[in-house]
Every structure is written in C-alpha cells, then in structure tokens.
Design a protein around this ligand. Structure first.
Ligand code: SOE
Length: 370
C-alpha cells in the first residue's frame, strides 16, 4: 500500500476536524493508501505543537513556504484563514503536490480562478472540504432527486443560521476581518448552502441580494464584513431559490438546512437533526400524505454502512472522514473527486455575484467559467 505523507497548514477548528479524518479513515474504510500525519504547520508554534501532541502529527513547522516544497510531502491540506488559501495552493500546485483545501476556496473570485487554473495546469488531484456533501441525509436527498423522486423542482429554500455574532464578549477572530476572510457570513456559511444547492438542484443563473453588518464596531475593532446575507436566486432549471446565512439567528446554533419542493414531493433537512431527512411523497393518496421523518442511518443510505449498524447515529466528524475516503478512492482510480477546485469555483462565482448585487442593489447574472 502506498503511503501519502500529509502536511496540514493550520491548526484551528478545521485542523482538528481534518486530523480526526486522517486518524479515522483507515478504521472505517479500506483506503488504498496509508495517510501519514507528517507535519502540521502554523504561524503560532505553540498552537501547532498542541495539535501535533493531541492528534499525533510527527513534526511541527512555522514555515509553510518550506513545507510545501519538501520532497517527502505528497499532499498539502489547507486549513488556514481564507486569505492564505491562494498563496499556499499556488505554491503547492507549482511544487506538484496534491491539495485539499478548506472552504470557501478563496477570499476572492480572482484568487479562486487563479487557484483552479493552477491545479489544472499542474494536473494535481484536488478537493475542497465542503464536508456537508457527505452528510448521509444530504447525499440521500441527492440520490432521491437524481432518481426523479421530486420531479420538476419549484422551490429551493436554504438557511444557515448561527447565533455567535450576537455575543459581545466573544473574542475577535479572523472571521470578522475582510483582510483575512474575504467576506463574512457569505463565504463562511452561504458557501455551504450554495455548494449543496448546486449539487442538489443544478446551476444558478442570477441573483439579487441583501447584506448587513449589524455590529460594525466591537470594542476597538471595526467589522468590515457581512454579519448576514440573504439572496433570491433563479436556477437554470427554472426553480426559484432563497438563501439566508447569518451569525445573528438568536436561538440557532448551527442550523444548516434546506426545503425543496418539487412536483412529486418535498425534502427537508436541518443539520441540527443530523440523522433525519423529511420526505413527502406527493404522488400518494392525499389522505395519507404528509412529511415522513426518515432515520438516515441505514440500511441502504450513503456512507453509514462504513460506520455502525443501522440505527446507530453518526455526526459531524464523520463527514470529513467520508470525504477523505472518497478522495483516496478517486485518487486510486485516477478519477477527479467532487467537490474539487472547479466545483468550488462555481460556488465562488455565485458568492461574488451575491456580494456585488448587494452592493449595487441590482439583479446580477452569474458569470461562469471566465
Ligand atoms: C462557522 O462558525 C463554521 O465553523 C464554518 O466555518 C464551518 O464551515 C461550518 O461547517 C460550521 O461553522
């Protein structure tokens, strides 16, 4: 079995989630590669050392430029603040490394384009950690839509609701800074909604959006990104889309959900209820019709057979493990995995159109593939 030596750049929340995936993938899947947690790199040595100690990384570095060109490293995993995604990915692609990158792909559309072109030129395998595609209930929703269970789609309604913005005592972090994050709720939360929407319901052609910063001043710190974003959208299929992403949804911790209404039925999901998917079959006798709350824990549901027996719930961390397993399997077959940089560029095009629409107060056509 070939060994892949991994360098993880970043040691925060996502650094932990990815580390867990590297630890677990061989326990639950039968990956064709052994992944070795070789080096974790971070600007703060103490933070990187702590991650290395807890999650078993062999080495620690504070110099990503040196790490990405090391001949013994096969794969660069980018879990840094958004603004660093582009420089790290461009250097890694130039060095011929495989790249896994956190979402959103970049802090700007221009960076996302340059990164996608670079991995294309270098021909290096790549993936973006839009981990929610590996939530079994979401993957099952996709199977149902592909099978035609909803028929023609009319409405796609998506919300990503968090509440931490409303806490004035919360320490300032990079997610509140345009220079480091590129955007606020739009890149952080709406990116997930848009990726899932493009996957489930196809391309988005135009948008009209509204953005707000509810608390522009936090102590001495000026917040120059959006606290909340809402958008109307038109899908190429003719379906109507509604997106809402906010850090001020008091009462909601991590409520990432959708409702999809088609001519033959309805699907509804909310991440706070991870293992369930609601389904209405509108072709049934109307007197028996109503949302059925399906427990998506097998048998016959995506991913779950790799974990426990039917009915034994799984959670957030499994989505990263399953994504890594898919990446390794595609790598073995010489096939692209999804979502890759190209897919994430499609998301970034929609995010950029949303931001521009909110700024200019106009409907905007989403420009694809320029
Ligand atoms: C924001 O709080 C955040 O951590 C996002 O950055 C993640 O992508 C999301 O999955 C959970 O919430």
């Amino acid at each position: 079995m070939r060994t892949l030596n991994v360098a993880l750049i970043g040691y925060g929340f996502m650094g932990r989630a990815h580390s867990n995936a590297y630890c677990q993938v061989g326990h639950f899947f039968d990956p064709p590669f052994q992944v070795r947690r070789q080096v974790v790199c971070g600007r703060n040595r103490a933070g990187a050392e702590e991650l290395a100690r807890v999650w078993g990384w062999d080495e620690v570095s504070t110099n990503w430029q040196e790490v990405v060109t090391r001949p013994d490293i096969d794969l660069i995993d980018i879990a840094t603040p958004n603004v660093l995604h582009a420089p790290v990915a461009l250097a890694a692609a130039a060095a011929g490394k495989m790249i896994l990158c956190e979402k959103p792909l970049a802090a700007s559309l221009a960076d996302a384009r340059a990164m996608t072109a670079a991995v294309g030129r270098a021909g290096v395998p790549n993936m973006v950690w839009f981990n929610y595609r590996r939530v079994p209930a979401i993957a099952f929703a996709r199977d149902l839509i592909e099978r035609g269970a909803l028929g023609r789609l009319f409405h796609y309604r998506a919300t990503y609701l968090q509440e931490w913005g409303n806490d004035p005592t919360r320490p300032i972090n990079w997610k509140l800074s345009r220079a480091e994050a590129g955007s606020g709720a739009n890149g952080d939360l709406n990116s997930h909604l848009v990726d899932t929407a493009l996957w489930l319901a196809g391309p988005i052609t135009e948008v009209s959006a509204l953005m707000t910063t509810f608390v522009p001043q936090r102590g001495d710190f000026h917040v120059d990104i959006d606290d909340a974003t809402a958008a109307l959208a038109r899908f190429a299929s003719g379906a109507m889309g509604y997106f809402e992403a906010t850090r001020f949804a008091v009462g909601c911790r991590n409520r990432n959900g959708f409702e999809i209404h088609g001519e033959k039925g309805m699907l509804r999901f909310n991440l706070e209820d991870f293992n369930h998917l609601e389904y209405t079959d509108a072709t049934q006798d109307p007197s028996l019709r109503g949302p059925r709350r399906l427990l998506i824990s097998g048998p016959g549901h995506p991913y779950v057979a790799h974990y426990w027996k039917p009915g034994h719930a799984i959670g957030y961390e499994h989505t990263f493990t399953s994504a890594l397993a898919d990446f390794l399997s595609a790598l073995d077959k010489g096939e692209p995995v999804h979502p890759n940089f190209e897919d994430a560029l499609r998301v970034q095009e929609v995010l950029e159109a949303i931001e521009t629409s909110a700024r200019t107060r106009q409907w905007l056509v989403v420009k694809t593939g320029e």
